[in-house]
Ligand binder design. Sequence first.
Ligand SMILES: Cc1ncc(COP(=O)(O)O)c(C=O)c1O
Length: 406
Amino acid sequence: MTDRARRATRAARAGLGRLQDVSGEGLVPPLELASVRAYAGLAALDRGMEGRDAYRRYGTETVVLLEEEIAALECAGDEPPLARATASGQAALLLAVTLLLAPRRRRVIVVRPCYGSSDALIAGPLGALGVQLTTVDLPSPAEGDHAQLVAKVLGDDVAAVVAEVVTNPLMGVVDIPAIAAATHAAGASLVVDSTLATPFLFQPFAHGADVVFHSLTKHLSGHSDVLGGIVLVRPDVEAAGWLDGYARLMGIGLGPFDAWLTLRGLRTAALRIERGSENAATLARRLAAAPGVRAVHYPGSRGGADEERAARLLPDGRGPMFSLELDGGVDAASAFVQRLDGVRLAPSLGDVATTVSHPALSSHRSLSREQRAALGITDGLVRVSTGIEPIDSLCAEFAAALGGTM
Ligand SMILES: Cc1ncc(COP(=O)(O)O)c(C=O)c1O
């Protein structure tokens, strides 16, 4: 079985593999809502306190099950990574960075463009605790030697480099293996936000990541009814030793109902990602030639080094996301989303149905207009997260929104 088939099979059966009662039990896992367990005596309490499920802040059976399933999907060696599910993707980044900070390593490098609140979290709440942020802005279009750009600002005070493999919202492909090598040469750790790529399209641990995190809110749960995140740490990384303790102390764990919904969403995730990726590839190609569209940003679409990186790092598909730049700025973007009948405007991504968002007003609104312009994020930019609808419906709706055929 190929790795791709193994992951898709495992995901389709997420949570099903634990038959303990031979007289029969639910095919899908139960949902435990209790925030604390009761014990028959001190010996049982003592055993309970050693595990995860005595108190909800430590984890519940449903949360532990989800962590095991995603750890299996992200496993790149013999031993799966350690995993802790968190209350949001932001909480996952907070936990990941906190794990890696050390007395003499208190600087964090964030590779941009990235999700707008990632660098804001490090500059704001973590900055107030003395953590320093250094940003590395990749050139637009995403050419250039990514490792060299990061290496220039690395030093022995750096705890972590944070990067996404597919940048949000311009869909550039980042050279994660080269950045990992530069990061490790400086004694720092590489944290990869793999939210856009998912374990089905990119395996960060196989490409040098030490810590990986996802927003579960997006593709993995897939139905816009969950807020969650997860941190995964390679078992041989020192910080793996304090992941559980930090997660307990910070009190940022995922709730059981969100974990249960994510397990359910995970079962269709491989299929949703495959279909969404096919839809994105077709729509991006058709839209690139449509009137009123100045540019389409899709992984690899810039050609050259971007295409080389996409082919090398995303061989199983380039994902269900792209952005389009409309002639006419914010007015054109506004008219376009108004006319996109049936496709909803929502400041998120990864739903089973196609949605669009406007990065300047949502994910990147904390940046100034000038900062956005420097990153290539204009007011005419619309980001598309493709769902599983038939491609003919999507093409007809997008063509109508552009006022013609395509
Ligand atoms: C790439 C990426 N990472 C992290 C996050 C943060 O996730 P959450 O909203 O679950 O905190 C988002 C949210 O949009 C995102 O798009």
